[in-house]
Design a protein around this ligand. Structure first.
Ligand SMILES: [Fe+2]
Ligand SMILES: [Fe+2]
Ligand SMILES: [Fe+2]
Ligand SMILES: [Fe+2]
Length: 405
C-alpha cells in the first residue's frame, strides 16, 4: 500500500509557525549544488506561491468568517514555507543563472509530466509548451555568454541539452489560440489534475519572475529578451490554467492544492540527495498533511463531501527530475512546426497566426533572434550544448560550425 496523506498525522497548525532564526536558512553553494536540487527548489517555490495566491483569491470570494480565518492560518504558514524555500537560492547566483534554472525546470518537469500523462489531449498541451521553454533555455544561455562571459553548462551540467526548440519568434500566437479545452472533474484521472496544477504553478512563477526582474538589466538586449520571453510565459499560463475544470468548487480546489503539495514534497523527498534540503521537504510534507486535513474539514462542512470522495486512495508514482534528452528530441523532431487554432494544436499556420506575428514583430529586430546574432558576433559562434548529436531538425542546425568548438 502506498502513501495516503489523509491517513497520516501531520504537525498541528498552531505548531507550524517558525521564528526568524528558523527562517534564516543557509543558501546552497552554487558551485556544488545538484542542478536538480536547484530545480526542485524553483518548482516548490512556484507551488508555494500558487498556494498563497489561490488562498488570497479564495479569501476575496468568501464572506464566511470561519473560512477566511482557516485560510489566513494556513496561508501564513505557506508564506513561511515559501520564504524558506526561495531563500535557499544564494545571493551570488546571478539573475541569469536563476533564469537558466527556471527554464531547466520548465523542460525537465514538463517532459516528465508529459511522459507520465494518461490523457492524450493534456499530453499534447504539455509537449507543445515543452518545445517553447526548451528554446528559451537556448536564448538565455546565449545571453548569459554574451553578458556574463560564462557557459550555461555550469548551471545545467550535462543533464539538459541546449539547442533551439520551436523558435521563440514563432511562438507568439493570437490570444485566443492559447486557450485550451478543460478536463472534466468527474472523469479526469487524479494524476492529470495534479499535473495541470503543477504546471500552472511553475509557469505562473516563471511569468511573475520575468515580469519582475526583466527590467533589472542595463543592456538593451537583456531587457528586451526578458520582455519577449515573458510574453510567452503569459501564453503558457493561459494554456495550462484553461485546462482546469472551472466547475470545481473553491473547497475542492483548496483540497486539490493541499493534496498536490503533499504529492510533490513526498516525491521530491524521495529523490533529494542533499540531506539538509531533504529535511526541509520532509518537514513541509508534515505541515501539508495537516493543511490538507483542515481543507478536508472545510470541504465536509461547506460542500457536504468527504475528501476521500475526490482524492485517490494513495499518492501516484512520484514526480522525478531526471534527464529527458531523448524524449525532448523526439517531440522536437515531430512537433516543431505546430501552432494552435483556438482549442487545438494544429500544423496549420492560419491567417490569425500570421497577422499576430506581423503585429508583434513589426520590422524587427526580434530580441530572441538578435541575442543569437550578437553572441555569434562576440564569441565567434553561438552557444549550444548538444550532448546527443546535432539538432534533430535540419533547419535548426548550426549553419557554420566553427573549428574552435
Ligand atoms: Fe505549502
Ligand atoms: Fe520559458
Ligand atoms: Fe513556459
Ligand atoms: Fe499547503
Amino acid at each position: 500500500m502506498g502513501f495516503n496523506p489523509l491517513g497520516q498525522k501531520g504537525i498541528p497548525i498552531e505548531k507550524q509557525l517558525r521564528n526568524w532564526s528558523q527562517l534564516a536558512v543557509q543558501p546552497y553553494d552554487k558551485m556544488a549544488v545538484d542542478p536538480y536540487t536547484r530545480c526542485r527548489i524553483i518548482a516548490m517555490n512556484g507551488i508555494e506561491v500558487e498556494s498563497i495566491f489561490f488562498s488570497h483569491q479564495f479569501n476575496r470570494h468568501t464572506d464566511v468568517q470561519e473560512v477566511k480565518e482557516k485560510l489566513a492560518e494556513s496561508r501564513r504558514i505557506e508564506q513561511q514555507q515559501q520564504k524558506v524555500i526561495n531563500w535557499l537560492t544564494p545571493g551570488d547566483e546571478t539573475t541569469l543563472e536563476v533564469t537558466i534554472g527556471y527554464e531547466q525546470v520548465a523542460i525537465d518537469l514538463t517532459a516528465w509530466l508529459a511522459r507520465s500523462e494518461p490523457d492524450p489531449y493534456l499530453k499534447q498541451a504539455y509537449d507543445f509548451g515543452l518545445l517553447e521553454d526548451f528554446d528559451h533555455l537556448y536564448r538565455y544561455a546565449n545571453l548569459y555568454e554574451l553578458i556574463e562571459g560564462k557557459q550555461a553548462e555550469q548551471v545545467v551540467k550535462q543533464l539538459t541539452e541546449i539547442t533551439p526548440g520551436r523558435p521563440t519568434a514563432e511562438e507568439h500566437r493570437h490570444p485566443v489560440d492559447d486557450v485550451r479545452r478543460h478536463f472534466d472533474k468527474h472523469t479526469v484521472d487524479p494524476i492529470s489534475r495534479m499535473h495541470v496544477l503543477t504546471l500552472v504553478a511553475a509557469e505562473q512563477q516563471t511569468m511573475n519572475f520575468y515580469m519582475t526582474i526583466g527590467n533589472r538589466y542595463q543592456e538593451p538586449i537583456a531587457r528586451t529578451l526578458y520582455q519577449e520571453i515573458g510574453m510567452i510565459e503569459e501564453q503558457h499560463v493561459t494554456q495550462y490554467e484553461s485546462l482546469l475544470d472551472p466547475a470545481e468548487s473553491w473547497f475542492e480546489q483548496l483540497v486539490h492544492h493541499e493534496y498536490n503539495e503533499c504529492y510533490l514534497y513526498h516525491s521530491f523527498m524521495s529523490q533529494e540527495p542533499d540531506e539538509r534540503i531533504k529535511k526541509i521537504w520532509a518537514l513541509h510534507l508534515d505541515m501539508e498533511i495537516e493543511q490538507l486535513r483542515i481543507a478536508g474539514e472545510l470541504l465536509k462542512k461547506y460542500d457536504g463531501r468527504e475528501p476521500e470522495e475526490i482524492l485517490p486512495a494513495e499518492l501516484p508514482e512520484p514526480v522525478l527530475f531526471q534527464p529527458n534528452k531523448e524524449y525532448v528530441r523526439e517531440v522536437l523532431a515531430s512537433q516543431v512546426e505546430l501552432t494552435a487554432d483556438r482549442l487545438d494544436v494544429t500544423p496549420d499556420k492560419h491567417g490569425r497566426y500570421h497577422a499576430y506575428q506581423g503585429a508583434v514583430h513589426g520590422d524587427g529586430p526580434i530580441p530572441s533572434e538578435a541575442v543569437i546574432e550578437q553572441n555569434l558576433a562576440a564569441s565567434g559562434r553561438e552557444y549550444r550544448l548538444e550532448t546527443e548529436g546535432p539538432n534533430p531538425v535540419e533547419r535548426l542546425r548550426e549553419h557554420q560550425p566553427q573549428e574552435a568548438r
